[in-house]
Structures are given as structure tokens and as C-alpha cells.
Design a protein around this ligand. Structure first.
Ligand code: NAP
Length: 343
């Protein structure tokens, strides 16, 4: 049995039948029998029980610098280059990569500072924070089909990035092991400061914006090194203007953000708070007092306790708002990934 405690940031004691660390794409040549799942930092997963299969752990490292590009996307050596291509191993920690880029004078990723997990896992979820989604900065993704060993490269468009999702979450695509991500990153700093906490500040450079994002996150979110958690447990729901009007009539100010399709994004943390589920504790599991969207392991929690609390919170929100919260976290059971409705 392979102990997964160190491979899930919820810090749950769960086991897989077998665990394999993949340090190079060639390590995938060894055949995998039976069910398998792919893990990066384990920062976005909830194991609801032991897994009766093989866990492939992405530890492909390395950062390679490609050509600089001009405004037309053509390689250039001169000073008017606007972007650079950077190829990164899927096992590199995302935040280490961001720190390295900023130290090298390469920008674009600073709003994503301190997001846990690996570079290889980031496109799957299209991780985002403070108004930036990683998919915006990706040129293409290199992957291998675990069973056939076939190499595939998907362009940004083929990745079908959307809110906390991508093609890699769609049926038939989850057997792709992301070996490398190629980023197209700006060389000039253009601060993205639409979110509260960033708006009133002036940032001289990407390092200053990164420092601010780190301060905001540290103040509000539990550090998985000390408190087991998987970041935001639920996605923010998207609703109609009519639903927002209904909520405003009842609650007054409602945190909501107009989307390009005319719908509004509601803050799931606010819904959970209004449903009196912020900072609650059930056994060894709770919701975080400073951000109700985060479910935390208070020490020695069992998987079923996390599931029970998540179900309780979503039921309370449904009762109060007639809205369904859907997990952002991926759920794994005995035989592989499972849907929220299956548990
Ligand atoms: P917040 O400021 O309390 O806002 C609540 C939600 O409203 C956020 O989830 C955010 O959605 C949305 N929002 C806020 N300002 C917005 C704007 N100007 N335009 C559009 N949407 C806006 O949220 P918070 O908990 O402090 O989080 C701040 C950022 O950190 C968010 O981007 C959040 O996603 C990110 N975060 C990430 C994790 C993680 O584990 N990866 C955990 C917690 C928070 P979005 O989530 O779509 O940005």
C-alpha cells in the first residue's frame, strides 16, 4: 500500500495500492495495470476513501527558456521583444516557477502567487486568482497518454480553458499526463489590479504585486503546511440577472460580478457565510473563519467527515438560496474520480 498523506494537502490518511513518482516522461513507458490517477501537488483533491489503483505523481522538473517574440508573435533578438516562451516541467511547484520568472524579469503570473500545487496540474483546473487565469498565459501543453504512451501537444485553444476547467477535465481526456507546459509570458509589467486589496495600490514592478498578493492570501487563507485544506472547496456559482435582483431585494448588497455572457458570478464564500456556515466545526472538520469557502482538516479528520461537512454546507446554501454549489476540488473514490452526485 502507498501512503498518500504527503500527497494530499487535506492531509488525510489514505492509501493507494501503488504509487509511482514520474521524474521524466520516459518513466511513463512502464505499463500501468488497472485504474490510475495522476497527482501533482495534491492541492485540489479529496480522497473520499482508499484508492484501489496506481497513483502517478508528477515530478518532472526543469525550466527552459525559448525565443523572445515580437508583437506579431515572431522570434526576435532585438529590444522590442514583448514576450518570451518558457517550457516548464509539470512537476515544478507553481509558486517556485512564479518566483523564478519574476527574478528573471518575466511577468504575467504575479497575481497567481502562492497558489499551491504544480505547474502540470494548473492547466487542468485553469487555476485563477485576483483576476488572472493561468490559461491566458499558456501557449501549449505537452502530455502523454498514460496507456498508449502517445505524445500529444495541445494549443491554448485546444485546451478549451474556462472558469476553473479545461479539456483535461472532460471525459476521455483524463488519461493525459501533462509533462510540460509552454508559457508565453510578457516581458513588460502590466499590473492587473481589478480586485479589492489591489485596486488602491501602485505597483512599481511584478515583485511588488506578488508581495501584495502573498500578503492578502496569507492573511485570509490557511497554510496547508499547518492546516490541511484544498483551497476553495466550491466554485463560485453563475446565475441570471433575475436571480441577482431577487437576492438584492432580500439581502441588499450582494457580491456579484457581471460576466461577458450576461450572467453574474456570485461569491460562494458569501453564500456560505449568509447560510451561517462560516467558521463552523463538525468533529475534526470545519470551514475557515476568514474564508468560508475553504474546508479545513482540524487534525486527524477522516475523509467521510470532510464529505459530510461539504454536503451539509451545500444543503444549507441550497435551503436558503435555492442554489447548488459544485465542488472545485476533484473527488476520488475507490476506483477513480467520482462526481459530487455520486457521494
Ligand atoms: P473575495 O475578494 O472575498 O471575493 C470573493 C469572490 O468574488 C472571489 O472568489 C472572486 O472570484 C470574486 N471576485 C472578487 N472581486 C472580483 C472582481 N473584481 N471581479 C470578478 N470577480 C471578483 O475573494 P478571496 O477569497 O479573498 O479571493 C481572492 C482571490 O484569490 C480570488 O481570485 C480567488 O479565486 C482566489 N483564491 C484562490 C484560492 C485557491 O485555492 N486557488 C482560494 C481562495 C481564493 P474568483 O474566484 O473567480 O476570482
Amino acid at each position: 500500500m502507498f501512503d498518500l498523506s504527503a500527497y494530499n494537502t487535506f492531509n488525510l490518511t489514505v492509501y493507494a495500492q501503488e504509487g509511482r513518482v514520474i521524474a521524466t516522461p520516459e518513466d511513463l513507458a512502464q505499463p500501468v495495470r488497472g485504474p490510475f490517477i495522476i497527482l501533482g501537488g495534491g492541492s485540489d483533491v479529496l480522497f473520499t476513501e482508499d484508492f484501489a489503483g496506481t497513483v502517478l505523481i508528477n515530478r518532472i522538473m526543469g525550466i527552459e527558456y525559448g525565443p523572445k517574440l515580437d508583437v506579431h508573435g515572431q522570434p526576435t533578438a532585438d529590444d522590442n521583444a514583448t514576450h518570451i516562451l518558457v517550457r516548464v516541467g509539470g512537476g515544478v511547484l507553481l509558486d517556485d516557477f512564479i518566483a523564478t520568472m519574476i527574478a528573471e524579469g518575466i511577468c504575467g503570473l504575479e497575481n497567481l502567487s502562492l497558489i499551491p500545487g504544480t505547474v502540470g496540474a494548473a492547466p487542468i483546473q485553469n487555476v485563477g486568482a485576483y483576476g488572472v487565469e493561468i490559461g491566458e498565459l499558456i501557449a501549449c501543453v505537452e502530455a502523454r497518454e498514460v496507456l498508449s504512451g502517445k505524445c500529444v501537444t495541445l494549443t491554448k485553444e485546444q485546451c478549451r480553458f474556462s472558469y476553473r476547467s479545461s479539456i483535461f477535465k472532460e471525459q476521455g481526456w483524463s488519461n493525459l499526463f501533462i509533462t510540460h507546459v509552454i508559457f508565453k509570458l510578457p516581458l513588460r509589467f502590466t499590473p492587473q489590479v481589478n480586485y479589492a486589496g489591489l485596486q488602491s495600490c501602485e505597483f512599481k514592478n511584478a515583485a511588488a504585486l506578488r508581495a501584495r498578493v502573498i500578503a492578502l492570501r496569507t492573511e485570509k487563507l490557511p497554510n496547508p503546511k499547518y492546516v490541511g485544506n484544498a483551497g476553495s472547496f466550491f466554485k463560485n456559482p453563475y446565475v441570471s440577472a433575475a436571480k441577482v435582483a431577487e437576492l438584492q431585494a432580500h439581502y441588499g448588497t450582494v457580491p456579484c460580478y457581471l460576466q461577458s455572457d450576461g450572467r453574474y458570478k456570485l461569491a460562494a464564500g458569501w453564500l456560505i457565510d449568509q447560510a451561517h456556515c462560516r467558521g463552523i466545526k463538525h468533529g475534526q472538520v470545519g470551514t475557515w473563519g476568514k474564508q468560508a469557502l475553504v474546508i479545513v482538516n482540524l487534525g486527524g479528520a477522516k475523509p467521510h467527515e470532510v464529505v459530510a461537512l461539504a454536503k451539509y454546507v451545500s444543503a444549507e446554501v441550497r435551503n436558503q438560496f435555492a442554489l447548488d454549489l459544485v465542488p472545485e476540488v476533484r473527488l476520488y473514490g475507490k476506483h477513480g474520480e467520482i462526481s459530487w452526485d455520486q457521494i
